[in-house]
Design a protein around this ligand. Sequence first.
Ligand SMILES: [Zn+2]
Length: 414
Amino acid sequence: MSKTRQALEHHQTGDDADIAHIVDCIIVDAISLGSSDIHIEPWDESLVLRFRLNGVLKEFEHIPLELAEKISARLKVMANLVNYETEKPQEGHARANAGGCVELRLSFFPVVRGGEGNSFSKGEKIVIRIFDPKSRSFDLDQLGFDATTSDAIKELLGRPTGLLLLTGPTGSGKTTAIYAALCHLIQKFGSSISISTVEDPVEFNLPKISQAQINHARDFTYPIALRSLMRQDPQVIMIGEIRDPETAAIAVQAGLTGHLVISTIHSGSTAGVFARMINMNIEPFLLASAIIGVLGLRLVRNNCPLCAMPYQPDAALLKRVPESYLADASWRRGGGCDTCNQTGFEGRTALAEMLTVDEPIRDAVMEKMRTRKLQAIAQEQGMTSLWESGMARATSGEIPIEEILRSVTEDPLT
Ligand SMILES: [Zn+2]
């Protein structure tokens, strides 16, 4: 029985100590299962507790609705937020002592749900992201990249100047990869390199690196922090995320003036990063000379090695697989065992697409070519696409084909 269930069955009065204990148990359960996020959400009959495990949400427990407000208030107290405010979104941080020094990022969002008749009742959806230092490895060689990608990243990191961007959906491993890149630089250059970061939030403290936390309430924004940082003689600058034209402009400028700049940016595709930067008012000729590479990332679940067995995927799915891959495919999928919690999966690995900017790409960016065309040129220049590396992992039996089709879209060319 889960600790949460035990706490729910034993709670009597619903007083503060009871609620604090239930909340601790939820966090301990989530951490011990290796969850990345906790979702607490009022459904019709109950408050539903779900955990994100290996990237997939799983229903974990149902909690009586009458405890919803108290649980929310307790979490807000932990994060130093206004605990009686339930009608506006709030965000905060907390450290969970229950799970052993784990950082939590909490988000509260007001929602309505159907009540009796036509009335709606109000509630909140709470999402807690867990940052567990123990479960993270910041070793570039441990992220699951193939050797070519890994070598290409290391080559770019060895350059003294330019802008290296990472892109992928939320939860695709961008932060882990960027921290691994910084750790690689520290390993290589030790104390002879000056590395500064500006982040929101700082997820881990890294040795020998100056990390700054953005604080919107105090007007310590990305542009303000970065302008000031430029006078701190940094060689490498890590910017948590580029999401506005001002930050984009400073990042490009820094990359053109003798700094190696590493950052993340949201974009539908790796090649789409160029259009996204141009939409943020960056001149194509500046972009073409500043960007040295774009790394596209996806996280996919590995087959559990103990219960993975050969199987025949659905014919409808196989229609989406290019014929060249079908001949030698040995499809495998986990059937579920005790070790993998009956999921069939064990751990996750990164699929990567390393677009290194060379002459043909630079020309294409200057000409503002469409994303599709840029992608085609990159592949002609030897880039292995996410789709191609996904297909290789699926046909070799490392990952079920369903998992690849779920996370990667087909190359338009094949
Ligand atoms: Zn298994």
